[in-house]
Structure formats: C-alpha cells, structure tokens
Write a protein that binds this ligand. Sequence first.
Ligand SMILES: N[C@@H]1[C@@H](O)[C@H](O)[C@@H](COP(=O)(O)O)O[C@@H]1O
Length: 243
Amino acid sequence: MRIYVAKDYHDMSRKAANIVSAQVIMKPNCVLGLATGSTPEGIYAQLIDWYNKGDIDFSSVKSVNLDEYKGLPRESDQSYYYYMNEHFFKGINIRPENTHIPNGMEPDSEKECARYNRVIESVGGIDLQILGIGANGHIGFNEPGEAFEKETHCVALTESTIEANSRFFENRDDVPRYAYSMGIKSIMQAKKILLVASGAGKADAMYAALCGPITPAVPASILQLHNDVTVVADGAALSKIQL
Ligand SMILES: N[C@@H]1[C@@H](O)[C@H](O)[C@@H](COP(=O)(O)O)O[C@@H]1O
C-alpha cells in the first residue's frame, strides 16, 4: 500500500486525478470504477479541466459506479446518476453507453443486483477503482456488518450514513433508507484501487481501515488484503496514522 499525504483538498484532488489520468493514458480503453460523495468531486473537476486542454481522452473508457440510492429517480438531484452527469460525464467525452450505474428505480432488488453483476462481468473487470470512505468505514454502500457482502446487494443504510448524507437533502426524512451497492468481492477484484479521503472527520475511519483488524465491522479494512492500493489523503484524514 502506498500512502501519499496531500497538503489539502485541492492537492489531494490533483494527485488523485494524476493517477486516474495515467491509467487512461496507459490504457485508453480501461474500465474505471467510479465513486460519488463530496470527496471525489475535485478529482472529476481536475480531469474535466485536463480533458478541455486536450490532455486526456475518455472516448474508449468504460465506467462502472459503486452504488445508487434505491427509489430515487435519475432526475433527482441527489441520485448518483445525476451526480455523475453533473460532476463528470457531461464535461468529458465518455460515451453514455459506456457508463454504468445501478438502477435505483428497479424495485426488484434481486433482479437489479443480478443485472449489475452481469454488467461488471461484461465490462471485463475494473482496472482502477476510485473509493471514498464513510466516517463509519463504509466503501461504496458496504455498511459495517457481520460479514463482507461479496456481490451487488441491496443495503439498508445505517443511521450514521443517513445522518452523514442528510446534509445533501432538504430533510433527513428525504434520505433514502436503501441503496444498491457493488459488493466487496467486485471491489477487491479491481486491478488497482485509489482510496481518497479528506478532513479530520475521516481520521478514525482511515486509522481503522488501514491500521486496525480486518473485519466486516470496518468494511474498508479489507483493502489491507489488496496488493495494489494507493491512498491519497490530506494530513487531517491521516492524522491518527503514524507514517
Ligand atoms: N456511498 C457514498 C460513498 O461512496 C462515499 O465514499 C461516502 C463518503 O462521502 P463523502 O466523500 O461525501 O464524505 O459516502 C457515500 O455514502
């Protein structure tokens, strides 16, 4: 595991965007595993900037997203479908048919999870997976639990995640209670993983994930078993870790 300490959020975003950019340059038809949340917004903004300068081409790139709220229509400004278009896809030349996100409006969880598993398989696996981390150690929407969920599954969001994500919604009651999430096995099968984190609010989660026991109680701790993880985080997020 390589850990890069960034000066601040902007520096973290640039360093992480450089890693994504290198992946796309070295393998123009790569599969990117994409994440949402506020942390990767700066990475996407930087990549759009480099795309506009002609430095990077996404025309052959494919993407699979980690997760989506269940029950939110695509047009909702809180759906991850909306987020990805707003923060990334509309600013670059990725082909819409090459982008994949779980369908939050499919009420039949079994059907949607099976479909998304087939999508992940059909793109041929993930070359580089971008991950944020929840304050409770979740990755994607793999919430702390008693076992690692292997494949795409429907998750009952924990109270702490509902609380953390309520900042994006008008009312706490508007936060969906369920989500579809890529499973731990699919994430762990990515060839490379790029974990990004910023701010003191992530310090405990980062310590538990990178230095604590490997346990489904801290889903991100499984990353200790992956052989190609790069962490880019600011000093505040890494403050509990002795480097
Ligand atoms: N499902 C997402 C995660 O993929 C994300 O990593 C996490 C942290 O979000 P943020 O970067 O906004 O702190 O929250 C959400 O619940």
